[in-house]
Design a protein around this ligand. Sequence first.
Ligand SMILES: [Zn+2]
Length: 78
Amino acid sequence: MSDELSYIENAAGQFAIPCQIKIAADCAQAGKFCGDKEDARHWAEEECWIFSGEGYLCDHCHQQIMRNITNLQTKKMN
Ligand SMILES: [Zn+2]
């Protein structure tokens, strides 16, 4: 199984998924540290983080993107 995802590793040797874009003011920055990469990934999926194809976006950043898109569409209409 190929694993292209980037993970954060802490001093205890645990892994967490970082938020890929970190654009929201209340961005989670990273997921929960888990004993292995697989668990870290499951955690992100259970928290409804969005898989972009290259990494995960936390829920806050996903909502921020949605707001940005809405703003863009509003501007175009004016
Ligand atoms: Zn984020």
